[in-house]
Design a protein around this ligand. Structure first.
Ligand code: FAD
Length: 386
C-alpha cells in the first residue's frame, strides 16, 4: 500500500494553490453571492488542461483518472474555490462519454469540451423522483431508430451555461419492465434542440452555479445521441454516480480544510481573556476533531477513487466517502464559524456562506439516509424497508 502521490498527482493537487493567486475564495464568493457563473475561471481551468483530466489523450484530454480528478477538486476546494460545474461536466458527463459515448461524442464533443468551448450538465432528478430514481418518468419513445423525448428534470445544475446534458431517461416505462432497473437509457441532449425549455429554480444558497428545471417536449433524438445500450442504461449509471460521490467527497474535504485553515489563523491571532482563543481547548478541540474527521473522509475518498480507477467495485467506498465528507465538511465549517465568533457571520470572512453548500451536500445529490441505507443493506447485509 502506497499513500504517496506521484509528481504529476502532486502538481494536480497543488494546482488550486496557484489558481487561487488569481481566482481566490473572494472571487468565488462574489460569483456565489450574485449566482454568476465564473466563466473566466472555468476558461482558465480549460486552458491549463484540467477539464479533460478523465478524457483519453486521443480525444483531447489528459488520459488520467478519478484519482486525479478528485485531487484537482480537493486542491481547488482547499483554497475555497469549489466548482459544482466541474462535478456535473468534466467528472460526471465527460468521463462517462469517454467510456460509453459514440464516435460522435468522442471525436466531436469531447475535444471541444476539453478546450472549454462547450459544457455539459447532468440530469436524473425529476419533480416526482429524487431519491427514488427508479420512478423517473421522462420517456424517450422509440420510432424506428429515432426517439422522441418527453418529460421534466429539475434542480439541474448549470443547465443555463451548458450546451449538452447527459439525461437519464426511460425507453420502457416503469410499469412495463420485469425488473425495476430495466428500461433505462442515457442520452446526450443538445439543449438548443426544438422542444427543450428551461426555467430557473431559485435555490437560496450562495453558489455560482444556478439550478434549472428542464422541460423536454417531443425532442427528436437519434442513435448518435444514445450513450451505452438502449434499455440497459442502469448497467452504466454508476459509472457516473460513483464518480459524483467521490468528487463530492473531495470537494467537502477541501472546503472543510479551507474553513479550518481560516479558523486556525483567526484563533491564533484573536486574543480574548488575555490569550489567543485557539489556546482554549473549548475552541481548539472542536477544530482538531473536525480536522481528524476531514482527513479520515479524504482518505476514504482517495480509496474510492483508486478502486474506481482499478475497475474494482467502488460503491461501498464512494458512499462512505460522500457520507463522511459531507458530515465532516459541516462539522468543520461549524467549528470554524464558532471559532470566528461574530466575525464568522460577516461578508468579510465569508465563513457562514460556506455553510449552506456543505449542508446541501448532506441532502443532495445522494442524501445521508440513502448512503447509510447502502452501507446498512449492501455492505452489512441488513434487510431493506423501502
Ligand atoms: C443545489 C442543488 C443542485 C442539484 N443538482 C442536480 C443536478 O445537477 N442534477 C440532478 O439530476 N439533480 C440535482 N439535484 C437534485 C438532488 O439530487 C435531489 O434533490 C436529491 O437527489 C434528493 O431528491 P429529492 O429532493 O426529491 O428528495 P426526496 O427523494 O423527496 O427525499 C426527501 C428526504 O427524504 C429522506 N429520504 C428519502 N428516501 C429515504 C429512504 N429510503 N430512507 C430514509 N430517508 C429517505 C431524505 O432525508 C431526503 O433528504 C440538485 C439539488 C440541489 C438542491
Amino acid at each position: 500500500m502506497d499513500f504517496e502521490l506521484n509528481d504529476e498527482q502532486r502538481q494536480i493537487y497543488q494546482y488550486g494553490d496557484s489558481l487561487a493567486q488569481s481566482f481566490d475564495n473572494k472571487y468565488w464568493l462574489e460569483h456565489a453571492r450574485s449566482h454568476t457563473f465564473p466563466q473566466e475561471l472555468f476558461q482558465q481551468i480549460a486552458k491549463d488542461g484540467f477539464l479533460g483530466l478523465m478524457v483519453p489523450e486521443a480525444h483531447g484530454g489528459a488520459g488520467l483518472g478519478m484519482t486525479e480528478m478528485a485531487l484537482f477538486m480537493e486542491g481547488t476546494s482547499n483554497n475555497g474555490i469549489p466548482l459544482l460545474m466541474m462535478v456535473v461536466g468534466p467528472c460526471m458527463s465527460m468521463s462517462h462519454l469517454s467510456s460509453h459515448g459514440t464516435d460522435f461524442h468522442k471525436k466531436e464533443l469531447l475535444p471541444a469540451a476539453c478546450r472549454g468551448d462547450i459544457q455539459f450538465c447532468f440530469a436524473i432528478t425529476e419533480p416526482g423522483a429524487g431519491s427514488n430514481s427508479m420512478k423517473i418518468n421522462t420517456l424517450a419513445r422509440q420510432k424506428g431508430n429515432r426517439f422522441s423525448l418527453t418529460g421534466e428534470k429539475t434542480f439541474i445544475t448549470g443547465a443555463d451555461v451548458s450546451d449538452y446534458c447527459l439525461v437519464v431517461a426511460r425507453t420502457t416505462p416503469h410499469g412495463d419492465v420485469a425488473k425495476k432497473t430495466d428500461g433505462f437509457t442515457l442520452f446526450i441532449v443538445d439543449l438548443k434542440k426544438k422542444g427543450v425549455d428551461m426555467q430557473r429554480v431559485k435555490v437560496s444558497i450562495p453558489l455560482p452555479e444556478e439550478q434549472w428545471t428542464l422541460y423536454f417536449d417531443n425532442v427528436d433524438l437519434g442513435p448518435e445521441d444514445v450513450v451505452g445500450e438502449i434499455d440497459n442504461g442502469f448497467s452504466i449509471l454508476f459509472d457516473t454516480l460513483n464518480p459524483e460521490r467521490i468528487i463530492l467527497g473531495a470537494l467537502c474535504s477541501g472546503v472543510g480544510r479551507f474553513a479550518l485553515s481560516k479558523a486556525v489563523d483567526y484563533a491564533s491571532e484573536r486574543a480574548v481573556f488575555g490569550q489567543p482563543i485557539g489556546a482554549h481547548q473549548g475552541v481548539q478541540h472542536p477544530l482538531a476533531k473536525a480536522k481528524a474527521s476531514i482527513e479520515l473522509a479524504s482518505l476514504m475518498t482517495r480509496k474510492a477513487a483508486w478502486q474506481f480507477d482499478k475497475g474494482l467495485p467502488a460503491g461501498e467506498a464512494a458512499n462512505m466517502a460522500k457520507y463522511a465528507a459531507a458530515e465532516a465538511g459541516i462539522e468543520a465549517v461549524d467549528a470554524a464559524l464558532q471559532a470566528h465568533g461574530g466575525a464568522g457571520f460577516t461578508e468579510d470572512t465569508g465563513i457562514y456562506e460556506l455553510y449552506p453548500m456543505m449542508r446541501l451536500l448532506r441532502t443532495a445529490p445522494v442524501n445521508r439516509e440513502l448512503c447509510l441505507s447502502f452501507i446498512g443493506e449492501k455492505v452489512m447485509g441488513l434487510p431493506r424497508s423501502y
